[in-house]
Ligand binder design. Sequence first.
Ligand code: SF4
Ligand code: SF4
Length: 287
Amino acid sequence: MVITVASGKGGTGKTTISTSLTYAISRKREVAHVDLDVEEPDSNIFLKVPIQREEMIWLPLPVIDYEKCTFCGVCQRVCEYNAIFVFKNTREVKVFDQLCRGCGACKEMCPFDAISEIQRFIGVFSYGKKDNINFYEGRLNIGEYVTTDAIRWVKRRLKEINKSEITVIDAPPGTSCPVIQSMKDADYVVLVTEDTPFGLFDMKLAYGVGKKMNKKMGIVINKALPGYKETREFAKREGIPILLEIPFDKKFAKAYAEGITLSEFSKEYREKFEEMFRYIEGEVKNA
Ligand code: SF4
Ligand code: SF4
């Protein structure tokens, strides 16, 4: 079972929720926690799993053989990402590393077999185990934009090594391609939102993505404000369950600042996260 924890925007407390859920599950069951927020993975600040292995994340990068290249321009025409340019006058083919997605189309289509590939290092994949938690994290190198490709790489590798029956994914914030990649295999999506008009607006966008992908979803309201009714009204209108409401509380903020999950910090919340998991499990089983 794959549970993806997502949010329409950053700063909603998504990682607090995903790590608290993982921690609560791990008290009784083995669980994989996958941090796919590759631009800023911070789950392990909370889970504190010792990293046992690191692997480099690579992306293929085209290299031109000028002995064979005729500067025909086919590679430039087939590249959907404007990552390769042919300068006929100066007889040069320029590949822009940061734009290249390593799709291989230019190599496939070059009529003169003038393109080979090298591997470009774009990030690090780490993993480790502590108690019942199998922890995996993708981390993109600073200045890289190939977020979706790094996530794809991590997911491919996970297929080979992740044997846990339950996987919790911490998705990147927002609603763009990396989020779609992170939701793709989810049996259930937990949408984390702040109880504000901005929070609701962004959560609606994330909900729209999940709905298009036909995902079962539930909402966690973080820093819940009793006077703000719109989030609950939206949930009611759309028929989405509110899985948990966490009020704004200085104690929780302190625990967060100290890198402690809510489930670890508070028995009451550990039980709430356990209950939330049981509900999700039931929903997935009945799907
Ligand atoms: S398609 Fe091949 S031969 Fe044509 S410009 Fe590109 S690298 Fe050179
Ligand atoms: S590998 Fe793909 S993205 Fe990169 S230059 Fe070639 S066609 Fe463009």
